[in-house]
Design a protein around this ligand. Structure first.
Ligand code: PXP
Length: 242
């Protein structure tokens, strides 16, 4: 059965909107683990737009399942990962202006650079995963780069216009998962997965971990909102003049 790693970046996005201390992604990680998550994923971006260095340091000590650090293959990030030592690192492309990670990493086009980062990161037995498009050439390059896993980008599947396009994208994911598994790579998948489109990806043979963030945080805002409002109403009622 595929396992869920919960990406909590957008809990930090809400915190950064006010530059304060709440909501704390460290608290969200505890609740995600209590909810059954098999791992916690965070993306420490160069511009620190959501997750901060402090979050990484604390989560490294508090996450009891597996901490998966998404990051660019830059010297700065490689040095941070080697110092903080999360159980897993996922290398992703990063552009300053993007709203979220757009395409997969071009491993084939940057083989030496990625190879060097993987070599440094795998040093003490860490899982190093490369976020790639479901493409045979990129799977082969991930193998050549020495990665232990690939995360197949499910964005095109998630954004498919209709059922026929979704079927085609799912077939691409299936083929890439097969190629990766036969090359001894562990297979992860993620991006754009939600409460409607995840089951079909979880059912693909060989998928071990799914990284899901935005849809879970978005749903949490709604299914948890009623209680948050009720508690505030009670506080106001208790403090009001009779
Ligand atoms: N996997 C990778 C590599 C990502 O960059 C992201 C987004 O941060 C995700 C998975 C999660 O995507 P989403 O927030 O759409 O679930």
């Amino acid at each position: 059965m595929a396992r869920l790693q919960v990406n909590i970046d957008h809990v930090a996005t809400v915190r950064q909107a006010r530059g304060g201390v709440e909501p704390d992604p460290v608290h969200a990680a505890v609740l995600a683990e209590l909810g059954g998550a098999s791992g916690i994923t965070i993306h420490l971006r160069e511009d620190r737009r959501h997750i901060q260095d402090r979050d990484l340091e604390i989560l490294r000590m508090t996450v009891g399942t597996r901490l998966n650090l998404e990051m660019a293959a830059s010297d700065e990030m490689v040095a941070i990962a080697c110092r903080v030592r999360p159980e897993q690192v996922t290398l992703v492309p990063e552009k300053r202006q993007e709203l979220t990670t757009e395409g997969g990493l071009d491993v084939a086009g940057n083989l030496e650079h990625v190879q060097r980062a993987v070599r440094l990161l795998r040093g003490d037995g860490r899982i190093v995963s490369l976020f790639i498009d479901p493409d045979a050439g990129q799977v082969a390059a991930a193998s050549a780069a020495g990665a232990s896993a690939v995360e197949l980008h499910t964005g095109r599947y998630a954004l498919a216009r209709d059922a026929e396009a979704a079927r085609r994208e799912l077939a691409e994911l299936r083929r890439a998962a097969q190629a990766a598994a036969s090359g001894a790579l562990v297979v992860h998948a993620g991006h754009g997965l939600n409460y409607q489109n995840t089951a079909a990806v979880a059912a693909l043979p060989g998928i071990e971990d799914l990284n899901i963030g935005h849809s879970i945080v978005a749903r949490a805002v709604l299914v948890g909102l009623e209680r948050a409002v009720r508690e505030m109403v009670e506080i106001i009622a208790a403090g009001s003049h009779p």
